[in-house]
Design a protein around this ligand. Structure first.
Ligand code: SF4
Ligand SMILES: [Zn+2]
Length: 330
């Protein structure tokens, strides 16, 4: 039987480390249950399974109760990150009264981060934001064709640039999210795309977070993956992107791969996944490219795979195809 989720409780709350003002600090992460992303209701992005995390019929009172629950776990962490599986600045997800209460409750923390689609970043909304705000913008790719055809994002890179510049002009911070390897891009195309996108985002971002594709349930990405038409990126590709960008962008580069080390998330051969992910994590905090050093014999398979993809002109999962493992994976 499907678990009934309460609209009075947040989807998740946890603690982790992040950077604030150049220092590693404790951070609290909150995922509110809301009525969901407005874009997801019209089909949404090809890799996004957030529709599953929203409920529908969530009232302002429910959100107040969720916030009460969150405050029980709050131990004055200096960094608070709020996700809604959509846009914090969308009135239909987070009504103004809740937004203002969040700003009051977390007025004392160093950094308050929340995400939004660019259409909700307007002159009016930006003026209401407190000084400790970081707005997270999901650019994903700076290539308009990739945004439209691979991701179905519903906005253009220029929309994000406009939103990012507006936030920066108010003296607030911007964290930009990029995707590494959306559907239909081969491994080498994905590396090029993420590199170009970070250079584009650097003009209006304080931080650039690179998210390798994680195959979520009920998405187009999952359908392609089950058919063997898609492989989540190698962790080597993520390391390659970070190496290429290190020293070339002013923004902090970071990545915290969801599902990393699993078949659905960024993965290598299995034996080296944990150490390669540790290298990414170390670099995300230090910014020192020496921290990206990792090695394994499977690097050759990664390089051979990219050559084969180029020769065959395909983004399909050759690894699984050649090993005759086109089985439906759980
Ligand atoms: S990725 Fe973001 S904008 Fe796209 S459907 Fe999901 S929540 Fe909405
Ligand atoms: Zn390996």
């Amino acid at each position: 039987m499907k678990e009934r989720r309460s609209p009075c409780e947040p989807e998740a709350v946890w603690k982790e480390k992040d950077l604030s003002g150049g220092k590693t600090v404790d951070a609290m992460v909150i995922i509110f249950r809301t009525n969901g992303c407005v874009w997801a209701k019209t089909g949404g992005c090809t890799m996004c399974g957030y529709r599953q995390a929203s409920l529908g019929g969530v009232t302002e009172e429910d959100l107040n109760r969720q916030l009460d629950n969150v405050l029980f776990s709050y131990k004055d962490e200096p960094f608070v990150k709020i996700y809604t599986s959509g846009s914090f600045l969308d009135e239909c997800e987070i009504p103004m009264g809740i937004r203002q209460r969040v700003f009051r409750e977390f007025a004392g923390c160093e950094r308050l981060l929340f995400e939004s689609r660019p259409e909700f970043v307007t002159e009016e909304t930006v003026k209401t934001l407190p000084r400790n705000t970081t707005v997270a913008l999901g650019l994903e790719s700076s290539d308009p064709e990739v945004l439209e055809r691979s991701i179905n994002k519903g906005f253009t890179p220029d929309d994000i640039r406009r939103a990012g510049s507006m936030i920066k002009n108010e003296g607030l911070l911007v964290r930009t999210y990029l995707i590494l390897k959306p559907p239909f891009l081969s491994e080498s195309e994905a590396i090029e795309d993420a590199e170009a996108s970070a250079l584009f985002a650097d003009g209006f971002s304080d931080e650039i977070s690179i998210n390798p594709l994680n195959v979520q349930r009920g998405t187009l990405a999952e359908r392609l993956w089950k058919n063997g038409e898609l492989r989540s990126p190698w962790i080597w590709s993520l390391i390659e992107v970070m190496e290429r960008l290190s020293g070339k962008v002013g923004a902090r580069l970071m990545s915290s791969p969801s599902g990393g080390g699993s078949q659905r998330g960024a993965h290598n051969c299995g034996a080296c996944d944990a150490s390669a992910l540790e290298a990414v994590e170390r670099f995300s905090f230090s910014g020192d490219p020496k921290d990206l050093r990792a090695s394994c014999g499977c690097k050759d398979a990664w390089i051979r795979g990219m050559t084969a993809e180029r020769l065959l002109g395909t983004a399909a999962d050759l690894d699984r195809g050649l090993n005759n493992e086109l089985i439906i994976q759980k």
